[in-house]
Structure formats: C-alpha cells, structure tokens
Design a protein around this ligand. Structure first.
Ligand code: ADP
Length: 554
C-alpha cells in the first residue's frame, strides 16, 4: 500500500472512531441541498406530469406523496439539525423513500427512479448499515406494490433489477464518499499539524528573541552580503539602529580610540563581520547618538549556513566602559594610597635605621628592630612597584630576579617576624622540616608568599590553637605546608578563596579583618614559579595549605 493510501486508511479509521469532530454548519448545508434538490426534481416532474395529463393530480397516493415531499422539505429547513444528533437527519431520506413509494403507487409514471436521490443521499452521508436499511425499505415498498397491484412476473423481475441497481449505485457512492471524506479528514489533520508546528516555531523564536533582548551584550547577525539579518535590543540601542528600518546606517560612530579618529566604514566592525572576518576582544570606541562614549570589546563568530540560509557572521559587542573606568579608578586609588604610604614608611625606616646606627640596643631588641627595618623595606618595594605600574601590569615573579634561594631562611625570617603577633594571639607556631630548602626563585616574592600563608594561619586560628609549618624536599620539588587548627573554610567556599576580594563565610562571621586578596597573590607567585597550590579545610578543625615548587627554575 502506498504512503498516501496508508494515511487515508488511518484517516478513515480516525473518522470512524470520531477523531475529527464533524463540521455542523457543513452538515446542515448538506441536508438542505439534498432535500431541496429532491423537492425541486419532484416539483418539476409534477408540473410536467400535470401539463401532460391534469388527471395525475387526481391520484390520491401521488398527491399524498408530493405533499409529503414538500412537508419533509419544510421540516428539513426549519429543524436545527446542528443541535440534534447526526443520526436524526437519517429520517429525511427514509421519509423521502416512503414518499417516492407513494408516488409510484398505482401510476403509470416510472417515478421509482426517484429512489436514486434518497439512496445516494444515504450512501454518501451515512453509514453502510443505514444505506442497507434504506435499500431494504425500497425493496419492502416494491414488494407491497407487487402484491397489492398483482403485477406480472416480468414486472416483478423489473422491480428486482431496479432494487439491485439501486443497491449497486448505493454501495459505489458510499465507497467513493467514504474515501473523499477520508481525504478531507487527512487534509484537515495535516493542516492542523502544520499550524501547530508553525505556532511552536514562532513561540520558540519569540522566546529566543526575548532572551537575547534581555542580555546587555549587543548581538547582531550579519549576512555575507552585508545585510543585518537580526539584532538584539542591546545592539540596536548601542548603535542607534531603528528597528523598523534596520537597513539605514547606524547613527553611532566607531572610533579607533577615545576621541581618536573615526573608523572608515570598511574598517568598522560591521563591514569586517560582513566580510566574514573572525576576531576576538577588538577594542573600539563608540560615540553614540546621544553624545556619549562607550568602550566596546567586539568579537565575531562565523555561523555555518543552515539549509536555505545564506552564510552569516555573529557580531558580539560588549560595553566595557564601566570596567575600564573602574580599573582606572582602582589604579588612581592605588597610586594615591601607595603615595600616602611612602611618607609614614619613610619615617619608620629612617628612625629604625637611626636606632640601629646609634647602637643603643642590642640582643633581642636589636633583632626586633631589624625585623621592623626589613618589613618596612619590603613594604617600600611593594609601594614603589604599585606606583610605577598599572594594576594589570604588576608581575608577581620576575624571571630576572630569580636566584638560588633557601626557602628555609625565608621561613625562619618570616616566623621570626610573626612571633610577636602569634604570641599576642595565643597561638603556638612550630616549624618542623629540613634544615635547608634550596631552589631557584624570586626571594622577594617567595617571602610574600610565605608571609601570606603564615599570616593567614595565625589570623584565622583562635587563641589556644596551633600552626605547624613544614618544609621538605620531595624528588625535584620543595614542598611547603602550613597547617593550622583554626576556624577552617566551608567546602563550598574552597574553590573561591583564590578569587580577588572573596572572603569565606567563616572569616566574615568571625569578623576577622582582611581584603580577600592574599591567596590570589600567593597563587600567582606559585604559578609563576611553575608550582602548584592545594588547600584542604574543615570548618572548626583547621586548614592545610600545601605549596609544591620545583627546585630548578621552569
Ligand atoms: P584575607 O585578607 O581575607 O585573609 P586571603 O586571600 O588571604 O584574604 O584569603 C581569602 C579567604 O580565604 C579569607 O578571607 C578566609 O576566608 C580564607 N582563608 C585563607 N586562609 C585561611 C585559613 N588559614 N583559615 C581559614 N580561612 C582561611
């Protein structure tokens, strides 16, 4: 069976099971058409018969039959068939069969042919059972007529042939009509499916458009012929594009730098996207229609052509004006702060130097003065680095500054400088490990790393707790571990402690001051030395930070 054949069979089954609701208006129209057509034919025959022989109107069964047909027609026109069950309308062709029986009764006119009308009606609009019942009624009436009129055997045979012919016509019409209806059902169903698919696609498109309009990154799709295929609200607003006239040139103008030179159309990001160029993080300044400057970071992505579509390029423009401004503000602030730090630092350094030079103090006091002097010098170097570089340029381990360094010495110096703080905190600090930990490293940054880890361990450990520092050689690496019995870090925060300005909930809840910058700097220094850092922790039990750095410079 062909595909269409199968679909039609399915439609027939669906129709039989009442899957497709019938169209009531169409049903009422069909009833009217059939009944009016039949009444018109009867009227013509009666008029013709009367004009040939006025006596025909004197035959009572014929008159009753004609009146019956007209009365049935009036009923057909006034009854609200739409509100009645479908089967109710079957009564009309049955009545017509009876009226035709009366018309044929005791007349010479061969009006029995008129049965073709109600039988065809039954065959085309109703079930096979009703058709068979209709033909049965015809057979019954003709049988009665044969018996009543005592017709000859030849006439009886003619009647039988007429009934058989009617049966044949009825079945043929029924089969054709059934298939026609099935095709209609199939078409209706398919058109419903197409409508549903279209609705789904447009709803999907609407959702995607709403989503794209909700993001504040400008997105546009540009065809290889330079046509703006689509754009989101952020792109249209940045480039001052009128949604109703997307082909008009944008009113915002691209510049190569802030207040620099305007880009020629061919150099602009749009033309480059139209040429299919692919680029990332291109900086462009945009002067918008309201006279405001925007710093944009623009990128493109090639779009593979979807069937029937032309190739295109996605243009993504992110407004980074605020980010740049924030960076500048941070740099300016850092410059001011570090500049202001220089003055008190100079005083501390100067006076410590004087005290050491005077030689008034010796023993432990002199050692402490040295610690103060060294710490102040380190701070001065950091301040100088901040003053001479922008925030994004500070290097956290200078390759040229690497030399053979002993981490053990750095640890000792750091532990000595934290001794007083630890004692004030009531925290015991131990070192266990090897006597010498040689490696190629930037000693200044390594000290910064060690200070941050030991400083954190002491800071986040409540009084009575302990900090264990250990250093050992493991194969090619130096492994430094700083373990404490402090407040710990919740598991969910562990991944984030290296993010700038992040502080774990335990630290915030305990109101321990900090900036959230130290561990990020530590990680940078470790990375720059080709090492690794791991942190494990349990809230309330303590934290263990392990740093592994190759001894040979990488
Ligand atoms: P901060 O200046 O806040 O100490 P860090 O970058 O050094 O900044 O650390 C980031 C966060 O990691 C801290 O705020 C703290 O929540 C957590 N943290 C770091 N070290 C420890 C530690 N030894 N014990 C508990 N929490 C720690």
């Amino acid at each position: 069976m062909s595909k269409t054949g199968r679909a039609v069979m399915e439609a027939v089954r669906a129709q039989d099971s009442g899957f497709d609701p019938p169209d009531t208006d169409a049903r009422v129209r069909t009833i009217w058409i059939w009944q009016l057509l039949f009444a018109a034919v009867v009227a013509i025959i009666v008029v013709a018969g009367y004009s040939l022989d006025p006596a025909v109107l004197g035959i009572p069964p014929l008159v009753i039959g004609v009146l019956g047909v007209f009365a049935t027609t009036i009923v057909a026109l006034v009854v609200p068939w739409g509100r009645l069950p479908e089967a109710a309308a079957t009564s009309l062709p049955y009545l017509d069969i009876v009226w035709v029986g009366l018309l044929t009764f005791s007349t010479e006119l061969r009006l029995s042919h008129l049965w073709v009308f109600p039988i065809t009606w039954l065959a085309s609009q109703f079930s096979l059972a009703r058709l068979v019942a209709g033909v049965g009624v015809v057979g019954l009436i003709t049988l009665i007529e044969v018996l009543v009129n005592e017709t000859s055997a030849a006439s009886a045979l003619r009647v039988l042939i007429a009934v058989l012919a009617l049966t044949f016509v009825g079945i043929a019409v029924h089969a054709t009509a059934r298939q026609g209806r099935a095709y209609r059902t199939l078409l209706r169903r398919q058109s419903r499916r197409i409508r549903h698919t279209l609705d789904t696609v447009s709803a999907e498109q609407r959702r995607v458009r709403d989503m794209l309009d909700a993001v504040n990154i400008g997105i546009a799709q540009v065809s290889d012929t330079g046509e703006l295929l689509s754009s989101n609200a952020a792109y249209r607003s940045l480039y001052a594009i009128d949604e109703s006239e997307p082909s008009r040139p944008p009113r915002s103008i691209e510049y190569d730098s802030l207040r620099g030179s305007a880009l020629r159309a061919a150099q602009g990001t749009y033309s480059r996207a139209a040429r299919g160029e692919e680029f990332e993080n291109e900086s462009v300044w945009l002067f918008d229609a309201d006279g405001r400057w925007h710093a944009l970071s623009v990128a493109t992505r090639r779009q593979p052509p979807v069937t029937g579509d032309q190739p295109s390029t996605m243009l993504i423009a992110e407004d980074v004006t605020e980010v740049i401004a924030a960076g500048k503000r941070r740099d300016a602030l850092a410059a001011v702060v570090s500049h202001e730090l220089r003055n008190p630092l100079t005083a501390i350094l100067g006076h410590t130097d004087r005290l050491l030079d005077e030689g008034t103090f010796d023993g432990p006091t002199r050692r402490r003065l040295r610690v103060i002097e060294e710490a102040s010098e380190r701070m001065m170097r950091l301040v100088d680095a901040m003053l001479s570089t922008r925030s994004d340029e500070i290097t956290l381990a200078d390759r040229d500054a690497r030399s053979l360094t002993d981490l053990r010495e750095i640890l000792d110096a750091s532990l000595e400088s934290f001794a007083v703080t630890a004692a004030e905190h009531g925290v015991r600090v131990h070192y266990d490990g090897e006597g010498s930990l040689p490696l190629w490293a930037d000693a200044f940054r390594l000290r910064q790393l060690v200070d941050n880890l030991i400083g954190n361990a002491i800071k986040y450990t409540p009084s009575g707790g302990a900090v264990h520092v250990s250093g050992r050689i493991d194969g090619e690496d130096i492994v430094l571990s700083v373990r404490d019995t402090g407040i710990g870090i919740p598991a969910g925060d562990l991944d984030r402690v290296f993010e700038p300005y992040f502080r774990s909930s335990t630290a915030v809840d305990s109101a321990i001051p900090g900036t959230g910058l130290g561990l990020g700097i530590v990680r940078h220094i470790v990375d720059a030395h080709g090492g690794r850092i791991e942190i494990s922790s349990e809230p309330g039990a303590g934290t263990d930070v392990t740093v592994r750095i190759p001894m040979e410079a990488t």
